[in-house]
Design a protein around this ligand. Structure first.
Ligand code: HEM
Ligand code: MTE
Ligand code: MO
Length: 469
């Protein structure tokens, strides 16, 4: 193997589709799997690794870990990876980034510091509960280091102030809720194609679905003597501080916090495991149905107040605007903070650019994805078309049985789409998905009319071009 050429990781990265040839790495080997890709028994999933390492994928798809598969792979070897070790000065002790947790290799960073990353979208619709280590991470600041023994949560604005310890929170009645969390900027990378927006370029993977367990906020606030008042807000603060020592913060209406059907919880578990550091250890607030930004991690302080949080992220971010508003005319004080999210959906498989085989004699292709709506609104239907809306096909839904208004988990869906003879000949097909929620809200067709300068609320039809083979 010594006689083979050496490639750098960034060279391998260039070869990420059939047109540019599909290269992958495994250990220190570099492989050209372009010709094999079409016949891969696992279909277009192989494309998820195009231009990168297959190791983390094979850690999940264990059927590859056999001698036969390794020998097959060895046949495609074209070279070796340059074994360059990069040390990063930022990691030195004392830097705010020196205590960042380990992350799964499949989380593709949109930014490394702070860490922001989503899993490959092709994996998202595989499991109803997103595995914790593949759940997208959205951090605005370095991850704080919290010793669970020293942890304290201050609660202010009730009859009298109170401090809860982690043990104290765990001693309260335990409640679980299935809820998807979605970043306000999910799918921003599609909106920015219309016209550039400011923000991290998220694909459709800045969302995950989990079972969250902890104490109910409504129980804690009632115990504190907090009375219902529709003019009030509940402010949350995290332990992560910006360079001016202001914590990450956000707020929600008190009415949502006090509503037992709101299912707001002080969570210490995610899918029956203790919260990981990236997801808010030891306590985060889960505000089901509400934009990710209000689900404050590393929660240290709760305040019942007359006004919303004055944090940057409540006041000057996570707000929607008209497509005509630009950076010269924008006035953040004139727009409402995002709370409940609008209905959306995404096609997870096949992925854009995939070569898809029809899977029976009549010529169908199978399409899978997720759908979700905010405010507890259940997904009632997902429609698919592969002829620009001339005909629609209704997907089969997989979802938790919860009453409408309290349906906080996402829905996974599967549809089988007939491919016409003409489409088979032409080869190119574009698939569109749109979801409908229980209020019969439906996704807008295109991004042009919902474009906004921050690229939030990007919920137009999800459109994916594939090649039929
Ligand atoms: C199945 C090879 C990459 C996902 C298989 C099988 C082979 C293979 C030989 C059949 C295994 C068996 O059932 O005995 C390869 C090679 C790859 C590659 C040479 C090199 C790039 C990937 C990647 C993924 C993946 C990156 C996922 C992201 C799957 C899945 C199956 C499978 C899901 C099972 C299909 C089924 O049983 O229905 N692959 N694979 N493969 N592969 Fe891969
Ligand atoms: N809480 C704190 N303390 N700091 C943060 O940066 N990011 C918010 C929210 N809570 C954030 C936070 C945003 S914008 C989102 S989308 C979610 O956390 C992401 O949650 P996750 O990283 O667990 O997926
Ligand atoms: Mo977010």
């Amino acid at each position: 193997r010594k006689e083979l050429p050496t490639y750098r990781a960034d060279e391998v990265e260039q070869h990420n589709c059939a047109e540019k040839r599909i290269w992958v790495t495994y250990g220190l080997g570099v492989y050209d799997v372009t010709d094999f890709a079409e016949n891969h028994p696992g279909g277009d999933k192989i494309l998820m690794a195009a231009g990168s390492a297959i190791d983390p994928f094979w850690a999940i798809y264990q059927q590859h870990n056999t001698l036969e598969v390794l020998e097959l792979l060895e046949g495609f070897r074209i070279g070796n990876l340059e074994g360059l070790v990069v040390t990063n000065v930022d990691d030195e002790l004392g830097s705010p980034w020196s205590e960042e947790p380990q992350r799964h290799a499949l989380l593709k960073p949109a930014s490394k510091r702070p860490f922001n990353a989503e899993p490959p979208i092709g994996l998202l619709a595989e499991q109803f509960y997103t595995p914790n280590e593949l759940f997208y991470v959205r951090n605005h600041l370095p991850v704080p280091v919290i010793n669970p023994e020293d942890y304290e949560l201050e609660i202010e604005g009730g009859a009298k102030d109170k401090t809860l310890t982690l043990e104290g929170i765990k001693a309260l009645p335990k409640h679980s809720v299935t809820a998807a969390i979605m970043c306000g900027g999910n799918r921003r990378s599609e909106m920015t194609k219309v016209k550039a927006v400011k923000g991290l370029s998220w694909g459709a993977g800045a969302v995950g679905n989990a079972k969250w367990s902890g104490a109910r906020l409504c129980d804690v606030l009632r115990e504190q003597g907090v009375q219902p008042d529709e003019t009030k807000h509940v402010i949350f603060e995290g332990a992560d501080l910006d360079p001016t020592s202001h914590p990450y913060g956000a707020s929600i209406p008190l009415a949502k916090a006090l509503d037992p059907r709101g299912d707001v919880i002080l969570a210490y578990e995610m899918n029956d495991e203790p919260l990981s550091r990236d997801h808010g250890f030891p306590i985060r607030v889960i505000v089901p149905g509400t934009v990710g930004a209000r689900n404050v991690k590393w929660l240290t302080r709760i305040v019942v107040a007359d006004k919303e949080s004055d944090s940057h992220w409540q006041q000057n971010d996570y707000k929607g605007f008209s497509p005509s508003t630009d950076w010269d005319t924008v006035d953040f004080s004139k727009s409402d903070a995002i709370q409940a999210m609008p209905v959306t959906s995404a096609i997870c498989t096949p992925q854009a650019g995939a070569r898809v085989k029809v899977d029976d004699d009549e010529g169908h292709i199978t399409v899978r994805g997720y759908a979700w709506s905010g405010g507890g609104r259940k997904i009632v239907r997902v429609d698919l078309t592969n002829d620009e809306g001339a005909s629609w096909h209704v997907a089969e839904l997989e979802q938790e049985e919860m009453p409408d208004g309290r349906h906080y988990g996402w829905s996974l869906w599967t549809a089988r789409l007939p491919v016409s003879e003409a489409q088979r000949k032409a080869g190119d097909v574009e698939i569109w998905a749109k979801a409908v929620d229980s209020a019969y809200n439906v996704q807008p067709e295109k991004f042009e009319h919902i474009w906004n300068l921050r690229g939030v609320l990007a919920n137009a039809y999800h459109k994916v071009k594939v090649k039929i083979i």
